[in-house]
Design a protein around this ligand. Sequence first.
Ligand code: MRU
Length: 354
Amino acid sequence: MKDPFRTIQWKDNYIRLLDQTLLPAQEVYLEIRTLEDLCDAIRRLAVRGAPAIGIAAAMGVALGVQDFPGDDRKAFGKRFDAVCAAIAATRPTAVNLFWALKRMKRVLAGSASLGVEEVKSRLIEEAILMEREDRLLCHRIGEAGRDLIEEGDTVLTHCNAGGLATAGFGTALGVIRAAFEQGKKIKVYADETRPLNQGARLTSWELMKLGVPVTIIPDNTAGALMQRGEIQRVIVGADRIASNGDTANKIGTHTVAVLARHHGVPFYVAAPLSTVDMELCDGSEIPIEERDPSEVTHIAGVPIAPEGAAARNIAFDVTPYHLINGIITECGVATAPYREAFRKCFLMKEKEKI
Ligand code: MRU
C-alpha cells in the first residue's frame, strides 16, 4: 500500500512538513522557509521521531545557508557552522539529528574546490538523498523484523515509531506493517504515551489509515494485559542506542520492558543504524531531554492540575540492553552482545552499500 501521507519533503526553496501537533484533528502541511521556523518545528514536535528529526536537521542546514550572499567560502563556512549550532540546540536525545549534521559537514568538507552556489546545491541534494534513503531503510527494517511476529499475535507499541517518525513506513510500525502486509492477522495495542499522546494521536491515526487493527490503551494498562496473556510481542522505536545496546526511547518504554520481561513477553527495538551511537559505552551517557512541565499539567492548553502544581516532564528513558531480545536494523536483527553485533552490522552496511 502507498504511504497515506508525506512526513517531510524538500520543495524548491522550502521544507514541507506535516504538522504533527495538529493531528489527528487537522492534516495541515507547513511551509518552512526560515531556519528559525525549522528549529521551532523540531522543538515543539511539529516534526518528531528520531529519523524524521535527522532529515529535518539536514534539510534545515540546506535551507539555513540558502540566503548566504556572495562567494566568500570562509564566511560561508562560518554561516554553515552557526546554522548547525542552532539546529543542534533544539533537542538533545535523538542522535539522528547529530548524525545528520555530521553528514552535512562531510559534504561541506568534500567540496572545498567548489563555489558557494554549487555547495548550496550539493547540500540540498544530500538532504533529499537522506529522505529517500530513510524510506528504503525503513522497508528493510520491516523485512528484517516481520518474521518475529507470528500469525494471530497482538503487538504492543509505545509512542510513535511509524511513517510519521521517519520519511515513511516507520521502524517499529514498519515491522508491524510488513507482517500485516504478509497477510498475518495481527492486532496492535498502542500505549497512549502521556504527556503528549503520540500513541493515541499519531500511532492510532496512521495504523487506522493502513487498515491495521489498533486499540489505544492508557499507559498503565499494559501490565494487566500482559498478565492476562493478551500481548505476545512488544516492538518500540529508539532515539539513541549506546554501543552496548542500552536504548533511549520515549518515557515509559523502560516500564514496558520491565513488565515484558516479568511476563515472558519478547521485547524488540527497531531502528536504523543511524540511531546507534558507537561513541557511547552505555546508556548512562545518553543526554535525556527534560521538557516544560506545562506539557504534563495541561492537555492541549487545558489545565488538568491545580494552578502552580509542580510536575516533571522527562521526555525519554533508557532501557538496559539485557531487557531487549533483539534490535532490528536494516542489516538484520542484532542480539547481545550488541557491541559485537553492531560492528558486524556497520561492516555489512559498508560492504553491501545498504
Ligand atoms: O518526543 P518524540 O515524539 O520525538 O519521541 C519519539 C520516540 O520516542 C520514538 O519512539 C523514536 O524517536 C523512534 S521514531 C522511529
